[in-house]
Design a protein around this ligand. Structure first.
Ligand code: GTP
Ligand code: MG
Length: 455
């Protein structure tokens, strides 16, 4: 965040285009969102400009007459910034900038700026800088890149002036360094994540400002930053919560999604979003009070696709029901989404029922199996205890000629998802131990399915 005191707040004019496939209403809502983004970045929007066009002008995006109008408004308001709701091609940036005396930003540039101001950890900073450099690389000719870097302000945060003012080669070198740094961070993350194996992982996902962090606080009785601001959360935060007194769950709060999230940003945030990808279940939080919440749901679905997380089971959580006056909508939603939960994260309404549903979903995933384990393999037994709930354990002695081999017959209960099956199997195989009962027909090494009805 920058420039929030009145004397340093930058003034901005925002520009949107109404095309045959975007309605006037949609553009109005999109500009509302852009204004909120601008505010988050520290700018004050003084004017909105829209234009209906059947096709985009390849040279200046909006028509040349409209460019003149914007130019006049910049003068009139002494505006610092002109922000387009759509992404501009580098040539359009050049052409428009030549015509007016203000910094020009497009949606991606603005979002990247917010991310740069928000990034706290080494990982987030590296990811954002990488995305920014890739974005700026194609826009090196920007007039203001040279002029107003010294001045600072929106759109100039992040990589310092030396990197921007130098040529592409330097940027490429920096990009390579950042990539290496990210790779190292990734390795650390992978190690941390491995340490969490055996836990049920649940992630809160959703459009920005939907109330994910607030819900996290309500569920975990612990504080994370929740603000009426876009992208309050940039790094995934994880809390340990206990459901039903026994079930330990790792709950992660993640970065919010937004329409037209710059692709590069998703790319570089992929590792942060690994929390999402390795989750057992996703809680998709939706702000029901937002007029375009259905569009938001679609954006979240699309972003999850892009992250390869489309197959992870999801529980829809309609949030902010306390602020919803429209009882018709609530009734319609309950009818259309019978499996969804309705909560107010802020007031704590429905949170217990959400927890119960979460627990039920997790429990439904469990299967019971019988495992026959040799007592001579304490490491294996310890791991089984870590990964599964051991319901009963009996020790038997078999009368084999090569001596009595004590065995433990354990009745175990654990998650049946592919991820867990694989995990347990890998662990057992890693011990290089071949004596456990094998049910070849089921292709389940080491652990034999004993009670299919429990599945
Ligand atoms: N009325 C009402 N407001 C809520 C509720 N839950 C969250 N809010 C408000 O919505 C705003 C956004 O909440 P956050 O929890 O920061 O949202 P988020 O999804 O984490 O947002 P990002 O991290 O920016 O993606 C805050 O002002 C919250 O107080 C709710 O149940 N009811
Ligand atoms: Mg948040």
């Amino acid at each position: 965040m920058i420039a929030t005191s009145p004397d340093t707040t930058e003034t901005a004019i925002i520009v949107g285009v109404i095309t045959p496939d975007t309605s006037r209403w949609a553009v109005r809502d999109n500009l509302n969102e852009l204004e909120q983004l601008a505010r988050t970045a520290g700018a004050h929007v003084v004017e909105r400009v829209t234009q209906s066009r059947t096709r985009i002008d390849p040279a200046t995006f909006i028509g040349s007459g409209k460019v003149k109008e914007v130019k006049r408004l910049v003068k009139q308001h002494n505006a610092d910034l002109v922000i387009f709701d759509d992404d501009l091609a580098p040539v359009q940036v050049r052409n428009i900038e030549r015509k007016m005396d203000a910094k020009l930003l497009d949606r991606s540039g603005l979002i990247l700026d917010i991310f740069a101001g928000r990034a706290q950890t080494a990982a987030a900073k590296t990811q954002v800088e990488l995305a920014q450099l890739q974005y700026l690389r194609t826009r090196l000719t920007r007039r203001w890149t040279h002029l107003s870097r010294q001045k600072g302000g929106i759109g100039t945060k992040g990589p310092g002036e030396t990197q921007i003012e130098t040529d592409r080669r330097l940027i490429d070198k920096r990009i390579a360094t950042l990539r290496e740094k990210l790779e190292k961070i990734d390795q650390q993350r992978t190690t941390q994540r491995k340490a969490r194996h055996g836990y049920t992982q649940v992630s809160l996902v959703g459009y920005t400002n939907a109330g994910k962090s607030t819900l996290m606080n309500a569920m975990a009785d612990e504080s994370v930053l929740a603000e009426d601001q876009l992208f309050a959360t940039l790094d995934a935060t994880t809390r340990n919560i206990t459901l039903g007194g026994t079930e330990e769950v790792l709950l992660s709060d993640t970065v919010g999604f937004i329409r037209k999230l710059p692709h590069r940003l998703i790319e570089s945030f992929k590792s942060t979003l690994d929390e999402v990808r390795t989750s057992d279940l996703l809680l998709h939080v939706i702000d029901v009070t937002h007029p375009r919440f259905e569009d938001h749901m679609r954006v979240v679905d699309e972003t999850l696709d892009e992250l390869d997380a489309q197959d992870i089971p999801r529980l829809l959580v309609f949030n902010k029901v306390d602020a919803l006056d429209d009882t018709h909508l609530l009734r319609a939603l309950r009818r259309d989404y019978p499996d969804a939960e309705f909560v107010s994260a802020l007031r704590g309404i429905g949170v217990e029922s959400l927890k119960e549903e979460l627990l039920a979903r997790i429990r439904a995933d469990y299967v019971e199996r019988t495992a026959v384990l040799p007592v001579t393999e304490p490491a294996l037994i310890a791991q089984i205890h870590r990964d599964a709930d051991v319901l009963t354990e009996e020790y038997t002695y078999t009368d084999e000629e090569d001596g009595a081999a004590p065995q433990a017959i354990a009745r175990i209960q654990y998650r049946s998802s592919e991820k867990y099956d694989q995990r347990l199997t890998e662990r057992i195989e890693a011990l290089d131990f071949g004596h456990t009962e094998r049910d070849e027909s089921n292709a389940e090494p080491a652990v034999a399915r004993a009670d299919a009805s429990a599945a």
